[in-house]
Design a protein around this ligand. Structure first.
Ligand code: NAP
Length: 319
């Protein structure tokens, strides 16, 4: 396992990290409690030291708290998130919480569920760029106070993956309050490479650590869907008509130590100096082992990387 510094936080994090959200929330997957504990302990044994959860991922905070009982606290880095949106009282629309102290109470609950007295990385979860100013002004002082008190170590934001395809939340945050933010979570992946142009250089420039979420996700884990999407992208002109074969459109990435298209996606996701760690959301031991092997050499062969950037670089896809 490789390790990288998480920006200027002082934390050394494993290049592959484990997420409990994703298409199947950890505690709502086929894994029972014993299976959940086993996969977390297996991750630790393989050198994975960063675990991502959220107050919004079912019972996943409690699951991690249970799995880490007896494990020295300095062997793992915990990231969790708080969602600032709630349904209005008449349930007609979503609004931002009015009372800043809701954040403090929520973090107290997270600490209890995680069975710890500090959270390493505390995220604002899925922050819409248009809400940034309100959220920063209303809740920033509470986050700063909790950091001062020692309940949290790093202040972080995670992007709205399906909407913020140009990383406006991260860019706005770092252009306006670079000293406030320690960490961001964004998606830099085969089908959306846009972070490489502005967001990731800003993170490097300001010493902000980056958790790269969802390298495989939905299209890459469904070969039939991949075929349909490639045909659609060609028809729309978002990839060149002769850029990829119609059958097995990404199979040319599978050679040498790249075992599968998913392995190629993981290597690509790690192959930027701004990326601190790549989050995997697999629930399968076989896929977890493959993902660990993929990041033993965390870059694509140069001609493959060049072709990926040339052919897929115009896509802005989140699935
Ligand atoms: N806005 C946010 O804050 C936000 C948004 C998205 C994600 N996240 C965080 O990022 C984490 C990772 O995201 P994600 O779960 O979407 O990641 P992901 O690993 O890219 O996607 C998970 C999906 O990919 C499949 N998969 C993973 N590795 C595979 C492999 N080697 N071969 C074939 N299929 C594979 C999994 O199926 P199997 O289980 O069958 O392997 C699962 O269906 C989440 O768990 C969450 O912690 C945060």
């Amino acid at each position: 396992m490789h390790y990288r510094l998480l920006g200027n936080s002082g934390l050394d994090v494993s290049l592959l990290s484990f997420g409990t959200g994703g298409p199947k929330v950890f505690t709502e997957s086929e894994l029972d409690e014993t299976g959940q504990d086993a996969i977390i302990r297996y991750c630790l044994d393989q050198g994975i030291n960063l675990f991502d959860t959220s107050q919004g991922y079912g019972d996943s905070e409690s699951s991690l708290g249970r799995a880490f009982v007896g494990v020295p606290r300095d062997r793992y880095v915990l990231a969790t998130k708080w969602g600032m949106y709630r349904l209005a009282d008449d349930r007609s629309e979503v609004e931002i919480y009015a009372d800043p102290e809701v954040l403090r109470r929520s973090i107290e609950e997270s600490l209890r569920r995680l069975r710890t007295d500090y959270i390493d990385i505390m995220f604002f979860h899925g922050l819409r760029p248009e809400d940034y100013d309100v959220v920063y002004d209303r809740f920033g002082p509470v986050m700063a106070a909790l950091k001062e008190e020692g309940s949290i170590r790093c202040i972080a934001l995670s992007e709205r993956m399906g909407e913020d395809l140009e990383h406006e939340a991260t860019i706005h945050a770092l252009e306006h309050h670079p000293d406030f933010w320690d960490v961001t979570m964004l998606r830099y992946a085969l089908f959306n490479q846009s972070a490489a142009s502005r967001a990731l250089p800003l993170c490097v420039g300001h010493g902000v650590g980056v958790l790269n979420m969802a390298p495989v996700r939905i299209i890459l884990s469904d070969p039939a869907l991949l075929l349909r999407e490639v045909a659609r992208w060609k028809a729309e002109g978002t990839i060149p008509p002769d850029g990829l074969p119609d059958d097995g459109p990404l199979d040319w990435l599978v050679h040498a130590d790249t075992e599968s298209v998913a392995s190629a996606a993981l290597k690509f996701a790690a192959d930027d100096p701004g990326i601190s760690t790549v989050l995997t959301g697999t629930r399968s031991r076989v896929h977890l082992d493959a993902n660990i092997r993929a990041l033993e050499r965390p870059e694509l062969p140069a001609p493959d990387g060049e072709r990926v950037r040339r052919v897929l670089g115009g896509l802005r896809e989140f699935r």
